[in-house]
Design a protein around this ligand. Structure first.
Ligand SMILES: [Zn+2]
Length: 64
């Protein structure tokens, strides 16, 4: 599995060679995260609404 990081701001998960979050454009990425959920259809997902995300992708549940 490729190494990944998660955005501290919106929890979007990206590959390690990415330096900017594609979802919120922040540069605050952390390798220390846990839990992973995949959101395929944000508009019809309760989890997506809970996490306040509007973009499909992988999200971390906890980012330290
Ligand atoms: Zn982000």
């Amino acid at each position: 599995m490729a190494k990944t990081k998660a955005c501290r701001n919106c929890h979007f998960v990206v590959l390690n060679n990415v330096s900017q979050c594609p979802a919120c454009k922040m540069h605050d990425l952390s390798e220390d995260f846990s839990g992973l959920i995949i959101i395929l259809d944000p508009e019809n997902s309760e989890i997506a609404q809970k996490l306040n995300v509007s973009r499909a992708g992988q999200y971390a549940l906890k980012v330290r």
